[in-house]
Ligand binder design. Structure first.
Ligand SMILES: Nc1ncnc2c1ncn2[C@@H]1O[C@H](COP(=O)(O)OP(=O)(O)OP(=O)(O)O)[C@@H](O)[C@H]1O
Ligand SMILES: [Mg+2]
Length: 416
């Protein structure tokens, strides 16, 4: 079949698209997610601040009347000054001792409090009347400062055009091999809320799940998020509990997904998400925070038609840049001559097309027994094809392979 006829078949009417609402966008958004603690004894000021801060995206705020024992899970503290200056001095000193970036909020603040604040490098002092303009600006400056000091891992989503295309198998292979190729901390998120299989595929015994992390988001500081994930060397997994999506109560906790993703991004070098069930509203933040997409298809018309709809949804409805989309043709066989890689490229209008060969034995041993890396490395063909994707798409440094017999035998694998 030539590409023109594929194009006709995969051209879909808009009615096939499923997620119709644009994600809700707040008025202004911070460049990095901030968890902020507001220390304030006045309930009215708390209410006023809560409504102001709710207009800012990428921000999580908690209120307290006095400084808590533990505040390492926050990135910034706003201290509202409206009474007892002695307590203020103590709080400023305590926050400074823990190197906690702090903002003061209040009118007519005593000169000696201002002196203490300056001595302890408080970031800014904002009068109540200026909150509306100043707060967002100051939080943005703080967020940018934090951004400069921290490495933020890119997030790459692996999505299948059609169920069963191999998104989970490919995510598992990409995770295992990239962790093996470098020292970087790689995190995998199983976002298949119906029946996640990554833990089984990777032979990980998970006892902490995505749903648990979302439920106790406020307890997860940088150390906790890393120690809770199931880990083997530099590869970590946040597994998915079967049928999470059917639990209504659990669905509410997904409002914390964006915040959780930032915590994971800030504590790893690369994050991969298995979005096997395609797009849905619960897992939307994963799509919005992804810098690259790998769409897994197979060499058949139905799969390509679904992939076309998915690409349309991503680019036209969700504002995803086409240049960040890559196609992986899974279970590829050169024997299938009626749909070639070139045909797929033209039909989906995506330039970056990779392929992974069909290997029933390897894939089913991953599905049934978990895939120790040894099995993957033994399989030279799939290992090399996955390495090609990693080298071209992943922002990690991969050591150059020495030329060897296999290289000569199998040649290059990037289809472009
Ligand atoms: N390259 C391959 N060669 C042979 N079999 C494969 C290959 N890739 C995947 N499979 C097999 O195809 C089946 C589906 O793969 P997988 O579960 O990874 O797909 P998926 O897109 O994640 O599906 P789901 O929508 O169910 O989450 C599995 O049994 C897997 O072993
Ligand atoms: Mg899957």
């Amino acid at each position: 079949m030539n590409s023109k006829s594929i194009n006709n078949v995969v051209d879909l009417p808009d009615s096939r698209l499923t997620v119709t609402d644009k994600p809700s966008i707040k008025k202004q958004s911070l460049p990095i997610h901030l968890s902020v603690l507001v220390i304030c004894t006045d309930l009215n000021i708390q209410l006023e601040l809560a409504s102001q801060l709710s207009l800012i995206g990428n921000l999580n705020v908690e209120f307290t009347e006095k400084i808590p024992e533990q505040f390492s899970q926050f990135e910034l503290v706003i201290l509202v000054i409206n009474d007892g200056k002695n307590i203020c001095h103590q709080i400023i000193e305590k926050l400074s001792a823990k190197h906690m970036p702090t903002l003061l909020l209040g009118d007519g603040i005593d000169a000696d409090i201002i002196r203490t604040a300056m001595h302890h490098h408080v970031l800014d002092i904002i009068p109540f009347k200026d909150i509306e303009q100043e707060l967002f600006n100051t939080l943005t400056v703080s967020a940018n400062d934090i951004l400069k000091t921290k490495k933020v891992a890119p997030l790459i989503s692996i999505i299948n055009g059609k169920s069963g295309s191999g998104a989970s198998f490919i995510t598992a292979c990409l995770g295992e091999i990239s962790a093996d190729l470098c020292q970087d901390e790689i995190a995998l998120i199983d976002a298949d809320l119906h029946y996640g299989t990554l833990a089984d595929a990777l032979n990980f015994k998970a006892n902490y799940y995505l749903s648990d992390a979302l439920n106790e988001i406020n307890k997860l500081d940088n150390v906790a998020i890393k120690s809770m994930m199931t880990k083997r060397k530099n590869l970590s997994l946040l597994a998915s509990k079967a049928y999470t999506q059917l639990d209504n109560e659990q669905n509410k906790s997904f409002e914390h997904l964006e915040q959780l993703l930032w915590k994971i991004k800030l504590n790893h070098d690369l994050v991969l998400a298995d979005l096997s069930r395609g797009l849905d509203l619960l897992t939307l933040p994963l799509v919005l925070l992804s810098s690259q997409f790998l769409i897994v298809v197979q060499q058949n018309i139905v799969s390509l038609r679904e992939a076309k709809a998915l690409i349309q949804q991503l680019t036209e409805k969700m504002g995803v840049n086409k240049n960040t989309i890559n196609i992986i043709v899974n279970r590829h066989s050169k024997k299938v001559t009626n749909i070639t890689l070139e045909d797929i490229k033209k039909a989906l209008l995506i330039d970056s097309v990779f392929y992974v060969s069909n290997n029933y034995q390897l894939a089913s041993s991953c599905t049934d027994l978990g895939s120790p890396l040894a099995k993957l490395t033994e399989n030279k063909i799939i290992h090399k094809e996955i390495c090609t994707i990693i080298k071209k798409v992943f922002p990690i440094k991969v050591p150059e392979e020495k030329p060897n017999f296999f290289k000569k035998l199998f040649g290059g694998h990037h289809a472009t």
